[in-house]
Design a protein around this ligand. Sequence first.
Ligand code: 4SX
Ligand code: FE2
Length: 333
Amino acid sequence: MNTPAPDVIRSAYAQLIVTDLPAARWFWVDMLGLHPQYEDAASLYLRGTDELTHHSLVLRKGETAALDHLAYRVRTPEDVGRAEKFFTELGRPVRRVPKGRGTRGVGDAVRIIDPLGFPVEFFHEIEHAERLIQRYDLRHGAEVARLDHFNLCTPDITAAHAHYTSLGFGCSETIEGDAHELYAAWMYRKQTVHDVAFTGGAGPRLHHVGVATHESHQVLRCADLFGALRKQHHVERGPGRHGVSNAFYLYLRDPDGHRVEIYTSDYYTGDPDHETYRWSVHDDRRRDFWGNAVIESWYEEATPVLGLDGTPRPVSDALLDESAVRIGADGLG
Ligand code: 4SX
Ligand code: FE2
């Protein structure tokens, strides 16, 4: 392997296939408070109030709910070429997507199927968008500020950790077994807890997209809004405080079952000496700091992913099952 990895800046956007665009618009725009940047009969391009680029979520109408691709922004135009070479040398499927032929607002890009089986785009150029940071008059719903992370279901967390380490990602936190076998890992390029995390499970599947608000009251308000409208069945887990990341959270399912996490108040990881914090899988506070149990659907259900040809990718079974792990005999792990 001679080609250096592309210099990834951050997780940038996800493109999801939804079966009912008006229903998805209600959920993501009216309830979560994302802002439409462009829309037509087949697609909806959304961003949060703090985002100065064209979109962080694309909803595209299709026959079956799926993840079309994830996208990372890279530092320079040359890094797009580096991504192409890097994944070609790994023997992975690679496709150039010239400006104007791919996602609206995005310049020259490369799409690949990564070693974990996920469809991933790398791009540098993206259209800028009007600053909404102080447009308090436009805020509504959960007042989502920005995309924060992707969470991916993959059978082999050790392999996922190794691949993203080779892409220059740091690891902020892990969940580990007694022999330090990995159940989950959180990895970053931007200076937060993560751009991407891995949940042990059948994969490749998208577990969730995480979006950030500024304050925990916006997470609570979001849950209240779903209850008030008798739409509480969209709430899956939380609100609560994560052990891992220390973030305040709420998981919702959109009308197609895509999972989104409303997430706030994690911490800075930009110091070069930042060390990985390791949780025992027996520590009952790891996924909810107050010890609340995680609902089974959260471990089991996820969004299928598409290949570069637009057909669903096959899924392999998990190697380890975290939801089956019991806490220690003392009840504390
Ligand atoms: O459930 S965990 O506390 O491990 C967790 C899940 C921490 C951070 C996340 O973003 C997440 O989705
Ligand atoms: Fe998350």
